[in-house]
Design a protein around this ligand. Structure first.
Ligand code: KIV
Ligand code: ZN
Length: 407
């Protein structure tokens, strides 16, 4: 295991796809998987093969199309038939992994399985032993680990390690934990489970309270070596930890002394691809990949950004594959931003002219959400002021695309 490396396990195609209204066909899944590989993820969870013939086929096709450095993983319950089908679906993978497991919380053991802790341990051991017949790399998940007592969790982890689990996943299935609690859980396992240093310990956090990324971060700061996440944070209910958030947190905070193999410059295009294929729009204010993540519309911020980008941005947009920041003209914008946008269009305004244009601009802006380049030209005509025109700048400037209309 490379010291300080955090493995990125992407489950966009499995947990991510479990979203109401999101359906991907095999062709789209293969396309996403190939791009995920290019992005540099360590593991692609390709699907849950027993769940449907379509998912089985997708897992098979993904195995054929990814190269020999990315692990392809298939989900199963702790049920022989599930494991067998997962094993067969993974036949063409160069690096296959079966992800099997069972609920470990009192709630799951009592209400879902009507069982006991002892019987659950037996089923977990059997599932891992059975999966080992098909693949060497077996990941065990303790479903609802977030609500499982640490002592029992440690006991089940120790048992599955003894029977060959190579990775152990600690899902906060219902997004229940606070970061401190989740971090302590991971630390407890690191300190109390025999054999834990031989395996990779993984986080898998859901976002029901908006804490998925914070919990994953607490997990890796307390010794977990893998983060399970999805592009754009899509997933069951409120979603999973978002890949772009956890990866950029690690990149931005070098004092954590952690790193991933993700090529962050592909994050923006990856996000677009997943959004397009799944039909799930990314909310405008979503961290890293939302349309407004690098857009500035208030006068004070725009003035700062024009002088020095770092005044109002801690992340360089180029690091995630976005050309540059955007200056959006609204009724909250100031003269500096207006002059700046005119300059981009090739118009240089003296102070007096700018004052007049600005007063007309404000009238327009109070009526509209955002002022476009076309409207800026209209305003200029209406103001009928002197301005110097530079055709060269005008020719190179593209209109109204936020990602182009930039610093
Ligand atoms: O959230 C969860 O517990 C899961 C498991 C099936 C890994 O997705
Ligand atoms: Zn999950």
């Amino acid at each position: 295991m490379e010291k300080n490396r955090i493995h990125i396990f992407d489950t966009t195609l499995r947990d991510g796809e479990q979203v109401p209204g999101c359906k991907l066909n095999t062709r789209e899944k293969v396309k996403i998987a190939k791009k995920l590989e290019f992005l540099g993820v360590d593991v692609i969870e390709a699907g849950f093969p027993i769940s449907s013939p379509g998912d089985y086929k997708s897992v098979q096709e993904i195995c054929k199309s990814v190269s020999n450095t990315t692990v392809v993983c298939a989900l199963s319950r702790a049920v022989e038939k599930d494991i067998e089908i997962a094993g067969i679906a993974l036949k063409y993978a160069k690096l296959p992994r079966i992800h099997t497991g069972i609920g470990t919380s009192h709630c799951h053991i009592h209400y879902k399985f009507n069982s006991t802790q002892e019987k659950i341990i037996e089923r977990a051991i059997h599932a891992v032993k059975y999966a080992k017949k098909y693949v060497e790399d077996v990941e065990f998940y303790a479903e609802d680990a977030g609500r499982t007592e640490n002592e029992f969790l440690a006991k089940i982890c120790e048992n599955v390690i003894k029977y060959g689990a190579t990775v152990i996943n600690i899902p906060d299935t219902t997004g229940y934990c606070l970061p401190k609690e989740y971090g302590c859980k991971i630390r407890f396992l690191k300190e109390n489970v025999k054999g834990i240093h031989k395996i990779i310990l993984s986080t898998h956090c859901h976002n029901d309270l908006g804490l998925a990324t914070a919990n994953s971060l607490a997990g890796i700061m307390n010794g977990a070596e893998q983060v399970e996440c999805t592009i754009n944070g899509i997933g069951e209910r409120a979603g999973n930890t978002s890949l772009e958030e956890i990866v950029m947190i690690i990149k931005q905070n070098s004092h954590l002394n952690l790193f991933t193999h993700i090529n962050t410059k592909l994050i923006s295009s990856m996000s677009h691809l997943v959004s397009k294929c799944t039909g799930m729009k990314v909310q405008a204010n979503k961290a890293i990949v939302g349309m407004n993540a690098f857009s500035h519309s208030s006068g004070i911020h725009q003035d700062g950004i024009i002088k020095k980008r770092e005044t109002y941005e801690s992340i360089n947009p180029e690091d995630v594959g976005i050309d540059k920041s955007s200056i959006i003209l609204t009724a909250r914008s100031g003269r500096a931003a207006l002059a700046y946008r005119y300059k981009k269009l090739g118009f240089f305004l003296k102070k007096n002219s700018l004052d007049l244009v600005y007063s007309i601009f404000l009238k327009y802006a109070d009526e509209k959400k955002e002022i476009t380049d076309m409207e800026l030209k209209k305003i200029l005509k209406k103001a009928n002021v002197n301005h110097k025109k530079n055709n060269k700048v005008l020719k190179n400037h593209h209109t109204n695309d936020r990602r182009i209309n930039v610093l």
